[in-house]
Design a protein around this ligand. Sequence first.
Ligand code: PLP
Length: 422
Amino acid sequence: MRFISTRGKAPAVSASQAILQGLAPDGGLYVPEYFPYLSPQQLSRVTSYPELAYEVLSPFFVGDELESSLAEICVEAFDFPVPLHWHDDKDSVLELYWGPTAAFKDFGARFLAASMQRLLANRERKLTILVATSGDTGGAVAAAFHKRPGIDVKVLFPKGKVSKRQEKQLTCWSDNVQAYAVDGVFDDCQNMVKQAFMDTALVKEYGLSSANSINLGRLLPQMVYAFHASMEVLTRTGKEPTMIIPSGNVGNSCGSYWAKIVGAPIKNIVLSLNGNRPILDYLKTGIYEKRPSIATLANAMDVGNPSNMERLTHLFGDFTSFAMEVSAHSVDDSTIRKTIGDVWEKHHYIVCPHTATGEYVRTVLELEEPTVVYATAHPAKFNTIVEPEISTEVPVPPQLAQLLDKDSSSKQIKADYRQLFT
Ligand SMILES: *Cc1c(COP(=O)(O)O)cnc(C)c1O
């Protein structure tokens, strides 16, 4: 299997090469040259999540350097539960937050780290990973790469724009992980990373690589839970579910679109957005315009120019096909707050602000078929927003409690990428 650039001006590469490079040399994002098809029958034999991951991912690693270690990587990366919580006979929540940093980013980050470490060991190379984060990516990447030999990590986050507990997860690592509090918004952080990658001397000197959701190694593993959840819903209800996905850089949803094409029994995919809605405006007007990001309660989705949009437009080809496959709804902050309270009242279940956008969209859609809302983070990461709406304390899961106990440190810098290398 080879991977091509969305911009079509770079040579096709193997999965391992795409993982090591991050961005393609023409500035595009790597996508599979074609999609294999996996039948549900073929997958019904599996007995564990890592086995499912192996079955779903192995066609993408045929002939690759990592082919023979893929099974082991899946066991190492996916060592936490992935439960589907049922509100009733029809509607469920896919809890993607039982990894070490309590957000779905752990799936991609852990798979990427396990893969990169093996690739580097084969090469005697050192890497510096740059990661811009609007909240959860940085923590997941830092946790996944912490103390991995030969790999340094620089995490950039917008100062004062992530929750206290998110910040703690970015800044508690030390050793090979350095956190930078950038004077700016998430888009500034993302631009700094992009600029650093355009500085070819720097890329070479530091062996720069990316761990943002533009990296193929983050995207591929995000297909697996779409299979896992849709197969469980099909088994339990006899129907294919619609997946509702709280989205920002649309990496999570892109993984699910890929899964659907590869054969996951999914009826439709709907994106729930916060007030950052360039995708919704694109669907309405046919014109895609990036926007400055605006701060919302669902801060990990505060993205004005979703980096994986390029993968989605490449996948669907033209606007008409895009608009047939993609639908989106925007949810404002007051509705997010109200939904957290409503879900608690109705189901005695606590959701984070991101997941709340999905829960709200579920009530708007009123679908006949089962719906699965992706719970992208544990509500305890956003206790200051969630607790007033439910008038009770959110229990802190053990993995999060452990991180919150550590010391933290970060460097404050201006939004200039050169300050990352002084
Ligand atoms: C990253 C993140 C999102 C958005 O996911 P994308 O892949 O960027 O669309 C949603 N919710 C939470 C909690 C996140 O951390």
